[in-house]
Write a protein that binds this ligand. Structure first.
Ligand code: ACO
Length: 393
């Protein structure tokens, strides 16, 4: 659609910035045509099948290379050591109303963490990297601590011998998870770690481009991730699954939603027009965990939804769809699903924010003005109440 902007320059308006290339990066690539995803050049299927843990992916995103065993061990110890949350921030979490959404608490407490960070006020590249690693460690700890506070249970410190996935489950449930569960959590984390210029990463980069500090950029990203069209979709997926009692009800439920023009959460994607490569891995784990937990019905309902939406709309599930059932099987309540997503995507945000700082130019697009010009200005004393305004008594 060709339009003219206020400077009378010819402009193309791309609603939702669809297809706009707004940054150059080697961190990750979402190949929508071939339904592939690359982290630092590595195909997501290789990452999912061969990495030993999520922290290996964090190392890759921040350093550009896969770590040796020694480098990985040192990095894991460093990250787990940074999971400690200042007491003042824990106290804040305790006084926030229990009805608040975990993503709102996370946004508030991440913002608060900036005041207690030992590098607060230092926005050099080195200090930003240290703060970034701290946030990668602290966000999952905040999420698990909030879960324990809500259940009136003691907050648990991370176990330095456990990796990040095991620590998250340990800090949630109070016991070291079995291997199937820790591997599922690892997979969730490493599949969500980065995804090109998705909405929350873009918002982090916009904030970083003003030279604001890394906590400000991550707070922006958290606010953006919460929305149901982005990271908030996983929670809505479980809400939908809970409303369907059995496989026989799926047809009617989905058909009625589609007939009303409603969106099916966990389906569709701006870039992938075929299957999201991450969904393939999560579908498999979802089937396995639902079977093991004796809740096979949940997987069957999900799978039927997938078939109907594909048949009726030609739309595939995205990462959020099967993430819901995987998290459910791991004992995470649905209100926390997006916060678990954030516990992983923080690694991509940090990599992108550091990337933005290192080669910065203010991100400041323009808009097409549709208003009037040079309207007659009437001073306030001479303005008349329009007849349509209700008379105040
Ligand atoms: N259910 C039903 N119809 C859909 C869905 C869906 N989930 N997604 C897209 N469509 C339809 C739209 O109604 C539209 O149809 P129309 O052309 O007949 O009007 C068409 O597909 C194109 O949709 P757009 O909104 O233009 O696609 P866009 O690229 O802007 O949106 C989005 C992508 C927001 C992800 C969309 O697919 C959606 O709303 N999905 C549901 C929410 C969701 O799962 N979000 C998570 C995305 S993954 C992530 O962020 C981690």
């Amino acid at each position: 659609m060709k339009k003219f902007n206020s400077n009378n320059h010819e402009v193309n308006i791309l609603r939702g910035l669809d297809g706009v290339v707004a940054a150059e990066t080697d961190i990750s690539f979402v190949d929508g045509v071939h339904a592939d995803l690359y982290y630092k050049g590595y195909n997501i299927h290789d990452i999912a099948d061969h990495t030993t843990s999520y922290v290996e992916v964090v190392y890759l995103l921040l350093n550009g290379e896969l770590p040796t065993r020694k480098q990985l061990k040192e990095f894991r110890v460093k990250v787990v050591a940074e999971m400690r949350i200042p007491t003042q921030v824990i106290k804040m979490m305790e006084i926030i109303p229990p009805s608040s959404h975990p993503m709102d608490v996370l946004r508030t407490t991440v913002s608060a963490l900036s005041q207690f960070d030992s590098d607060s006020g230092d926005n050099s590249q080195k200090a930003s990297r240290r703060k970034g690693i701290r946030l990668i460690a602290q966000i999952p700890a905040l999420v698990a601590s909030l879960y324990r506070i809500r259940r009136k249970e003691n907050i648990l410190s991370p176990d330095p011998h456990l990796n990040m996935a095991k620590n998250i489950l340990y800090m949630f449930h109070g016991n070291v998870p079995e291997e199937t569960h820790s591997r599922a959590m690892d997979l969730l984390l490493l599949l969500h770690a980065d995804h090109g210029l998705n909405a929350s990463t873009f918002s982090a980069r916009v904030t970083a481009s003003t030279q604001a500090d890394i906590h400000a950029a991550v707070s922006s990203a958290l606010g953006t991730l919460k929305g149901p069209l982005h990271g908030g979709a996983n929670e809505r997926v479980m809400k939908m699954l809970m409303e369907i009692n059995n496989v026989e009800e799926v047809d009617e439920y989905i058909n009625s939603m589609l007939a009303q023009g409603q969106r099916i959460m966990g389906f569709g994607h701006r870039v992938y027009k075929n299957e999201d490569p991450r969904a393939k891995h999560l579908r498999k784990v979802s089937e396995e965990l639902c079977g093991l937990s004796g809740n096979r019905k949940l997987y069957q309902i999900s799978h039927k939804i997938e078939n109907i939406v594909l048949k009726k709309k030609g739309i595939y599930p995205n990462v959020d769809f099967y993430s819901a059932t995987v998290q459910h099987a791991l004992g995470i309540p649905k209100e926390f699903y997006t916060a678990i997503f954030a516990s992983s995507r923080i690694s991509g945000w940090v990599a992108h924010i550091l990337d933005q700082y290192s080669n910065n130019r203010l991100i400041r697009p323009t808009s097409k003005y549709t208003g009037e010009y040079n309207k007659k200005f009437v001073p306030i004393a001479r303005r008349k109440t329009p007849d349509t305004t209700p008379v105040q008594r």
